[in-house]
Ligand binder design. Structure first.
Ligand SMILES: Cc1cc2nc3c(=O)[nH]c(=O)nc-3n(C[C@H](O)[C@H](O)[C@H](O)COP(=O)(O)OP(=O)(O)OC[C@H]3O[C@@H](n4cnc5c(N)ncnc54)[C@H](O)[C@@H]3O)c2cc1C
Length: 491
């Protein structure tokens, strides 16, 4: 037993709001400080060139991710490795001293996954930000985890290629974080989520071993798919230090349509009808009245604020096929009762409208403390989910704006309250719990793309069942027996 016990590592039940390490020796700040000093001294002697932040102000800036309502801990230090070898040595030192480790990308996560844990070392991967190779012959890119999603998109676009995963945060989130969360985004409806774009990984395990999974083969069934296991594991099974990613030829410019609806469920009905008809637009996004008003207030767009909801539909099919696809989408919107359907006049206007949708969360944040949720349902049940969201927000008397990836059946009801209004905050948290249960009852999920992290852990078992959680815990125990990697998150 080392000097640190890992906090709450595999126990069921709610996560502690402030995750605190227990010192195996009992009470003692002094013993704790000695243990921290011994660990950091050892780290420095193993890796004299490693950048390590220990100043409190620096550590503070790694305390939070973007999960505003989650109260995280302060890292004991922040390591900024530059190579896989450094990450491996950090894990060997952490194992020797039983120090928990929080892997971190750009810190834009919305489930508390990279937020600090009191007494844990945060390992921030953003210095490992090289695009190592763009292999045109095999349509793959090999990158380090700290590459920003938008930078990869721009680099491959210069070669006439396309990296599909595009979270709304693509301008500031990292590929490592996208892999950690199995990030979705606006074009998943056609091109899939991050997992669908990951062919292989280099991963540092908890004990410092380095493994490679997958590779450049499009088909590869040699053994269990460790690649798919690591993607979405939120830093609890290993630290990704390199990724081999699938590229595609660049699609043609997008054509864009906006449809406005008199009720929110009628927009959901249009989405369900498009899905049932086999439509495959590359974007099918929804914003409700509250969100429309929030972005319109911010950017003065002149959107129809009387509408209860809008759908943003995009097609990137070649030539006239794009117009035909939008014609079919428009017909589905009309049939569902759309009050108006308009098309972007040129690609610049289309880009701008997409950018506006990407700003939805930031627009909601301007209204107060915003808790963005992430429920998903089978697409035919989207109208029921939308109706449930409206009912729950009204029942709990909380302000809620809903937007999201309607084409995936994945919505982000975002509850907002004034900072310091604890009664409203409590009502919002209660509304979230009811929302999770509503999604589960509809055959859906409590998180479509942001992850269980720390914030949604009590609901994992409710969704997947005890046996499935036990299997997850067994996998975690096999890969990380001391429970050092992101303890208290996911399982
Ligand atoms: C305005 C806004 C819009 C957003 N839109 C979307 C969206 O459309 N779709 C979507 O899916 N998400 C969205 N997000 C959430 C967030 O951007 C994604 O979850 C993103 O993938 C996180 O990337 P990051 O680099 O910030 O990772 P972090 O937040 O730093 O980490 C996320 C998780 O991955 C783990 N991790 C990070 N790096 C590694 C690594 N190298 N190895 C192993 N584990 C690692 C962390 O431990 C953590 O559990 C949005 C967030 C914001 C603020």
């Amino acid at each position: 037993m080392g000097l640190f016990n890992t906090p709450d590592r595999c126990s069921p039940g709610p996560p502690t709001e402030r995750q605190t390490p227990r010192d195996a020796g009992g009470d003692k700040p002094l013993a704790y400080h000695r243990a921290v000093t011994a660990f950091l001294d050892d780290l420095r002697s193993r890796l004299p060139d490693l950048r390590v932040l220990t100043d409190e102000t620096d550590r503070e800036s790694y305390r939070r991710d973007e999960t505003a309502h989650f109260e995280p801990g302060l890292p004991l230090a922040v390591a900024l490795p530059a190579t896989t070898a450094e990450v491996a040595e950090i894990m060997r030192a952490a194992t020797a001293h039983r120090v928990p480790v929080v892997p971190r990308g750009a810190g834009s996560g919305l489930s508390g996954g990279s937020a600090g844990i009191e007494g844990a070392l945060t390992v921030a991967l953003m210095r490992m930000n090289a695009i190592l190779e763009i292999d045109r012959d095999n349509l793959v890119a090999v990158v380090q985890p700290g590459v920003i999603n938008a930078d990869l998109k721009a680099a491959v676009a210069k070669e006439g290629l396309f990296y599909a995963p595009d979270p709304a945060s693509y301008e500031f989130c990292s590929i490592g974080g996208n892999i950690g969360t199995n990030a979705g985004g606006l074009c998943c409806v056609k091109y899939g989520v991050t997992r669908d774009a990951v062919l292989g990984l280099e991963v540092v395990l908890a004990d410092g071993r380095v493994i490679r999974t997958g590779g450049r083969n499009l088909k590869d069934v040699a053994g269990y798919s460790l690649t798919h296991l690591i993607v979405g594991s939120q830093g609890t099974l290993g630290i990704v230090t390199e990724a081999t990613l699938r590229l595609r030829p660049a699609p043609p410019p997008k054509r864009t349509l906006l449809a406005f609806f008199p009720t929110v469920p009628s927009a959901g009905e249009a989405v369900a009808a498009m899905t049932a008809a086999g439509a495959e637009p590359c974007t099918l996004e929804l914003m409700d009245r509250v969100t429309i008003a929030a972005v319109d207030d911010w950017h003065a767009l002149g959107l129809d604020r009387t509408a209860a909801a809008l759908l943003l539909v995009e097609s990137d099919r070649p030539g006239t096929a794009a117009h035909e696809e939008l014609d079919r989408a428009a017909a589905a919107c009309d049939a569902a009762g759309a009050v108006s359907v308009v098309r972007a006049s040129d690609p610049m206007e289309a880009d701008w409208l997409r950018q506006v949708r990407r700003q939805a969360f930031r627009a909601m944040e301007r209204l107060g403390v915003a808790r963005m949720e992430d429920v998903g349902v089978p697409r035919s049940r989207l109208p029921e989910l939308l109706a449930a969201i409206e009912r729950i927000a009204a029942a709990h008397d909380v302000r809620c704006g809903t937007f999201g990836h309607a084409g995936d059946g994945n919505l982000h009801p975002t509850f907002v309250w004034d900072r310091g209004d604890t009664a409203a905050e409590e009502r919002a948290h209660a509304a979230c719990e009811e929302l999770y249960r509503a999604a589960i009852a509809l055959g859906g999920t409590v998180t479509g793309e942001h992850g269980i992290g720390a914030a949604r852990r009590p609901f994992l078992e409710e969704q997947v069942g005890t046996d499935a959680v036990e299997v997850m815990r067994a996998i975690k125990a096999a890969l990380d027996p001391a429970g050092l990697l992101n303890p208290g998150r996911v399982v």
